[in-house]
Design a protein around this ligand. Structure first.
Ligand code: AMP
Length: 220
């Protein structure tokens, strides 16, 4: 059983590593973005306030996020561990998380920082294409195609999601690293920080994570 946080710049592979942890260890995936989107869907007054902030890409107040997170963690079966996605984003949130996880006896065991070279992350982000029919995601730079521009599975056209251009991606990437620096230092001090080289393929990064978790499990 392990409780995990990822710190990962855009296109470092957080989504896919979370899925692998879920599949392999049956961990619960808790995303504060999803919790907030669920609240928006209820169309309550609170949901309306959250929607306005999210639409502008602003952070929702700590009070709201923490109350939703507390409710979710307290209601859920955490016996197989959990992955926290999108939280904490600030030192204040990290401190509140410490209090909460202590209270529910489910403290964070591992903070995995997925490090990736910016040019590789850029290729991953800009090369991303999705099948217009079956939704399969490919990468123009890394995958091979039977027919270029066409889905290998269902022969439909592949389309690009164009909210990422090089300049915007580069800015988001740099901003993320600057903003996450204090969090990284916070978790280094706590002795639960692990840097994972996520520049190679998916399974290479996952095996690094798995080695760390499994080493502790076998020593339990
Ligand atoms: P995400 O799905 O993690 O990209 O989050 C989507 C949006 O939800 C963010 O842009 C914020 O508006 C809000 N959000 C998610 N997590 C947090 C958090 N830990 N603190 C404040 N706002 C958050």
């Amino acid at each position: 059983m392990a409780n995990v946080i990822f710190i990962a710049p855009p296109a470092a592979g957080k989504g896919v590593q979370s899925e692998l942890l879920q599949t392999n260890y049956k961990m619960l995936h808790v995303s504060t973005g999803d919790l907030l989107r669920q609240e928006v869907a209820t169309e309550t007054e609170l949901g309306g306030q959250i929607k306005l902030l999210m639409e502008q890409g602003l952070l929702v107040s700590d009070e709201i996020v923490i109350s939703l997170l507390t409710k979710k963690l307290k209601q859920s079966d955490l016996s197989q561990g959990y992955i926290l996605d999108g939280f904490p984003r600030t030192i204040e949130q990290a401190q509140r998380l410490d209090q909460l996880t202590k209270e529910i006896k489910a403290e964070i065991d591992y903070v995995f920082f997925l490090s990736v070279d910016k040019d590789i992350a850029l290729k991953r982000a800009l090369g991303r294409v999705t099948c217009s029919n079956c939704g399969t995601i490919y990468n123009e730079y890394f995958d091979t195609f039977v027919t270029p521009g066409v889905c290998n599975k269902c022969n439909s056209i592949l389309v690009k999601r164009n909210d990422d251009n090089e300049e915007i991606f580069s800015r988001r990437f740099d901003e993320y690293l600057t903003k996450s620096k204090p969090l990284i230092d916070y978790y280094i001090d706590k002795g639960i920080f692990h840097e994972i080289d996520s520049s190679k393929d998916i399974m290479n990064a996952f095996n690094q994570i798995k080695n760390i978790i499994d080493k502790d499990i076998t020593h339990d």
